[in-house]
Design a protein around this ligand. Structure first.
Ligand code: PLP
Length: 380
């Protein structure tokens, strides 16, 4: 008898999503910046200690807002890890920036701080870091290098809401940071994101950019008597229906994180011994990092081993997936001069990393099946 599929991801509700969505419908206010968007802003600002959080339609759009806020111009250089999602780069490429690809560390899979400074030139306008799997980059070193060269550090914190570095919340370490609330993230509303603004001098312009280049936010606060077109911008507001869903998830953050912590720890305890025997790398969390329990991944010894493990799990109806393909070797990356050998660690991870099923309502039985499936795999 064939077993039902264990997906890589399955979205679930925490409790009050339906009630809150019903409230927005009953009140009849479902556009952006209504009650639930404001509640989400207040919760994010309070929990993270950021001066301003603005919900956006996605993390991609929040990243686009950072590129506009930094006034990135054609020819400016932006340094970011090659092992990341396209949006980290695309947001800046859209403004005409030259993307400069940095390699990542083999242990944390985060931008390799020891290779950063040599990439900085007089044209560098920003460094974007990604806290992969919600484990912080080596931020003290990165921030010191960037301060020396007067480059802002943008945190693409798509994976790491509630993660910490030396006790500080991720998303609070540079002038701007972004979050993702896509379906695959710990907290979701299907599609959504947030811009976090730590540099208070950028708040007013961020509100304008998010409101199609108008000063509508000031108008609603009664600070101007009519609103008008004052800058470039776009429509980055999320519907209050989605904000209602998200608010329920954010309110349930302790429950969600406790579940994810136990899933992560169960994988780690069960698979460490097998991984050592098979020459497989498991996630490394430096002691100064409080991780966000976003992902459990394995780095297999070769592409053939990864293909073999994914196929082995698929035979048992378990869907494990690989992750980013080296951006510097993509069609767009090559246009920025990327070539094989530029980022060797990234190239190996693109071939060898596999992510195991991991979602908020994963049952112990489901996880046991994944663990059995993985530990029954042997390299040839
Ligand atoms: C590191 C990183 N940045 C940005 C994004 C884009 O997020 P969104 O789907 O919310 O636009 C992702 C997507 O998973 C991501 O992994």
């Amino acid at each position: 008898m064939s077993r039902s599929i264990i997906p890589f991801n399955r979205s679930s509700t925490i409790g009050k999503e339906f009630q809150y969505i019903a409230e927005t419908l009953l009140v009849g206010q479902i556009a952006g910046d209504q009650t639930f968007t404001k509640r989400c802003h207040a919760l994010l600002e309070e929990r993270l200690g950021v001066p301003k959080a603005l919900l956006t339609t996605s993390c991609t759009h929040a990243l686009e807002m950072t590129a506009l806020l930094l006034d990135i111009q054609p020819g400016d250089e932006v340094i970011l890890p090659s092992f990341t999602f396209v949006s980290t780069a695309n947001a800046f490429a859209l403004r005409g920036a030259k993307i400069v690809f940095a390699d990542v560390r083999a242990d944390t899979i985060n931008l390799d701080e020891t290779k950063l400074e040599r990439l900085i030139t007089p044209k560098t306008k920003a460094v974007v870091v990604v806290h992969y799997a919600g484990v912080a980059c080596e931020m003290d070193t990165i921030l010191a290098i960037c301060a020396k060269h007067k480059n802002p550090v943008i945190e693409d914190n798509a994976h790491g809401f509630l993660g910490t570095y030396k006790g500080k919340m991720l998303g609070t370490l540079g002038p701007l940071a972004t979050l993702s609330f896509h379906e695959t993230k710990n907290f979701t509303c299907g599609e959504g994101g947030s811009l976090l603004i730590n540099d208070k001098g950028l708040i007013e312009r961020a509100e304008i950019i998010r409101e199609k280049g108008t000063n509508r936010s000031r108008f609603f606060r009664g600070q101007v008597d009519k609103y008008t077109w004052v800058d470039v911008g776009s429509s980055y507001l999320i519907s209050d229906v989605l904000a209602a869903f998200l608010f329920a998830q954010l309110e349930g953050r302790e429950i969600i994180q406790a579940k994810r912590r136990s899933i992560w720890q169960r994988y780690d305890e069960a698979l460490r011994g097998w991984a050592k025997e098979q020459g497989v790398q498991v996630p490394h969390v430096p002691k100064e990092c409080g991780q966000a329990y976003h992902m459990y991944y394995l780095v297999m010894p070769s592409l053939a081993a990864r293909t073999g493990l994914i196929a082995h799990l698929k035979e048992q109806n378990i869907l494990a997936v690989f992750h980013y393909q080296s951006l510097h070797l993509s069609d767009m990356g090559r246009k920025f001069g990327g070539k094989a050998g530029d980022c060797p660690v990234t190239e190996r991870l693109s071939d060898c990393l596999v992510r195991l099923p991991f979602f908020n309502d994963m049952t112990v039985q489901e996880q046991e099946l994944v663990i059995e499936g993985v530990s029954s795999w042997r390299s040839q």
